[in-house]
Design a protein around this ligand. Structure first.
Ligand code: NAD
Length: 356
């Protein structure tokens, strides 16, 4: 075994069905009594349900304007509200957008942040915060950004539409795939990654077949947690770089972009992976016959997801711009990032052609 460094992130995880009910005890455990609840406008009803469960707790208020990419103006507005109501903690209920707002407020105020994820995107276990100001998205990493407690309640994921469940789940798988070949990969994170991929690749087709299946939803959320832990402990490579630059520059939807790009990024890197990583990755996908690109393609076909970036409005002339952006700054990747080869990867993803 090669030497390694593993950083254990400090989050406390509460997982199961009906776990939302444990929030009052969790607040009490941390001597918190006046939380500010955060949600998107679309999830106000879940925030209201949460408030109704918080008997014996003074809810400072609910701020329900969380927005994709954490725009600075929304954070400023929430910050003013937070100060006006005198909150002593933050509780975010939602996907990556709401959790992003919770992180932005927590890092600015030092208030404890309890997170209740309702998608599979995986922001909850990471020290990463992406924020947008004047149209530019900047990402920073700081251990203080990691939410202290994460409450996974499977019941909340029942309302996640099937299409969003599929793309959000593949978004999570992407974290685990890249964790396996990170420069700081380590046996613990790799174990989480393989179990995360196996869980989601098994659960997502079951969610499609039976969206209200508690077993399928539980396995999917369990996999999402493991993949989120991977994102939080090791560095990401080509796939995340492509999604960040393409998604940010051409305003493409987050989870859908990850879903389209992943087979192409994996096909590009696969020949340069260590043989044991190739084998373990192949074994993690059902019906792969040892080839994870094939396994991923089989999965995406079953999930019946969109495969072409052009369907989300990316233009053919954007391909060159995307390729330039993808190679503008050097970053760790198992295979050398060559501009013309990356252009072909992006072109295939744009056109919806098979990965190779
Ligand atoms: P999202 O949070 O934007 O949610 C998408 C929509 O689905 C919203 O309208 C939301 O209210 C709704 N929704 C969420 N859960 C639902 C549920 N259970 N039932 C019904 N509706 C539900 O989407 P996302 O993909 O979770 O997050 C994307 C954002 O998160 C991006 O900005 C991305 O950059 C960020 N992100 C950050 C990290 C990180 O580590 N910092 C990791 C992953 C994603």
């Amino acid at each position: 075994m090669e030497p390694f460094i593993y950083t254990q992130n400090p989050s406390r995880v509460i997982f199961g069905s009906g776990t939302l009910k444990q929030l009052p005890d969790e607040l009490k455990r941390q001597s918190l009594s006046k939380p500010l609840l955060l949600s998107t406008p679309e999830q106000v009803s879940q925030a209201q349900k949460l408030e109704s469960l918080l008997t014996g707790v003074t809810v400072a208020g609910t701020f329900s304007q969380a927005t994709m990419h954490t725009p600075a103006e929304v954070t400023e507005k929430a910050l003013e509200f937070l100060k006006a109501v005198g909150a002593d903690s933050l509780v975010s209920i939602g996907g990556g957008s709401t959790i992003g707002l919770g992180k932005a407020l927590s890092i600015r105020t030092g208030l404890p942040h309890i997170c209740i994820p309702t998608t599979y995107a995986g922001s909850e276990m990471t020290p990463i915060l992406g924020e947008t100001a004047a149209g530019v998205k900047k990402t920073r990493s700081d251990p203080k950004i990691i939410p202290g407690t994460v409450v996974y309640d499977v019941d909340l994921t029942m309302t996640l539409p099937v299409g969003m469940s599929c793309t959000s789940g593949v978004n999570a798988i992407a974290h685990a795939v890249e964790a396996l070949y990170a420069t700081n990969a380590n046996p613990v994170t790799s174990m989480l990654a393989l179990e995360g991929i196996r869980s989601l690749a098994t659960a997502l087709p079951q969610v499609v077949a039976s969206p209200q299946s508690p077993e399928a939803r539980q396995l999917a959320l369990y996999g999402a947690w493991l993949c989120s832990a991977c994102l939080g402990t090791v560095g990401m490579s080509l796939h995340h770089k492509l999604c960040h630059t393409i998604g940010g520059s051409f305003n493409l939807p987050h989870a859908q972009t990850h879903t389209i790009v992943l087979p192409h990024a994996l096909a590009y890197n696969f020949p340069k992976l260590k043989p044991d990583v190739q084998k373990r990755l192949g074994d993690a996908f059902p019906e792969s016959n040892g080839d994870p690109v094939r396994g991923l393609n089989v999965l995406l076909e079953k999930l019946d997801v969109e495969r072409a970036l052009k369907a989300y409005g990316m233009k053919e002339e954007d391909i060159d711009k995307a390729a330039d952006l993808a190679v503008a700054n050097p970053y760790a990747n198992p295979r050398k990032v060559v501009r013309d080869e990356i252009r072909e990867v992006i072109r295939r993803a744009w056109a919806g052609e098979p990965a190779k």
